[in-house]
Design a protein around this ligand. Structure first.
Ligand code: ZN
Ligand code: ZN
Length: 260
């Protein structure tokens, strides 16, 4: 599975793009910064979007992607781009965003062959899309949110992506039930330790809370960290250095590509 980092910041600033990962060139994990990073041809190659939750920093480019791709639809020559997520996440996008008030409803435009379609995923159920398998498990964030576990061709290895999350015992328990070892975990550290109260109320993690979460697993995966709030990034990095002692970890950067 090839994963490219389009954006991995918890802030929108020059040089800091919002969360979006491109898998095997045609699947998006979240859609915070797609249209400013990919050419029109690269955008046209996208077939599936997996959305962890409906916060704007993870979905906003669904809007502009749909607008950019309109010329490719309406002729019955290709199926719509599938938006996958927990049912309540997709309901939130449909009710509050693609509602013809904030943005046109591209699930009915063009009328005869629309750009987008919703594919609700039940929690803890395997879905096949674009040559990979994906399962969603709820995490503690927003009104409704999930992380995803992904398998490529190698069925013995899985990649997990928590999305934004606060402490979530249910999620880490879910990873221990996977038939494949989850060797790589993408997860978050949004705030520094002294802002634990803010992290807790907004359902995010600090380096200290992240360490506590990882210790719920009976083994130590390689950890890839995203969603640092840019104004605190230096402090978070220093604190991760201590908090992640004994773990192999990597701070994700825009433009990086990995083979999982
Ligand atoms: Zn969020
Ligand atoms: Zn976020």
């Amino acid at each position: 599975m090839k994963l490219s980092v389009l954006g991995c910041s918890g802030s929108d600033l020059p040089g800091h793009h919002l969360t979006s990962f491109l898998v095997n060139e045609h699947i998006l994990l979240d859609a915070g910064s797609v249209t400013s990073n990919l050419s029109l041809d690269e955008q046209a190659a996208i077939t599936d979007i997996f959305v962890t939750h409906a916060h704007l920093d993870h979905i906003k480019d669904i809007l502009f992607l749909a607008d950019n791709l309109i010329e490719f639809f309406g002729h019955h020559t290709r199926p719509p781009v599938n938006i996958h997520g927990l049912p309540d996440v997709l309901d939130a996008i449909s009710t509050h965003l693609l509602n013809d008030t904030i943005w046109p409803d591209f699930t009915v435009i063009p009328a005869n062959s629309p750009v987008l379609t919703y594919m609700p995923m039940p929690a803890r159920t395997l879905v096949s899309a674009g040559g990979i398998k994906v399962a969603a498990c709820p995490v503690n964030h927003a009104k409704c949110a999930s992380g995803f576990v992904l398998w490529g061709q190698d069925e013995d290895e899985a990649l997990a992506y928590t999305g934004d999350t606060g402490p979530s015992p249910e999620w880490w328990d879910f990873l221990t039930t996977m038939p494949a070892t989850v060797k790589n975990v993408i997860t978050e550290a949004s705030f520094p330790n002294h802002l634990e109260e803010l992290a807790t109320i907004s359902k995010h993690l600090t380096p200290k809370l992240l360490r506590r979460e990882l210790e719920r697993l009976p083994y130590r995966p390689k950890v890839y960290i995203y969603h640092m709030k840019a104004p605190f990034s230096e402090q978070i990095q220093e604190e991760l250095h201590l908090a992640m002692d004994g773990y192999s970890y990597h701070l994700l950067r825009e433009g990086e590509t990995f083979d999982f």
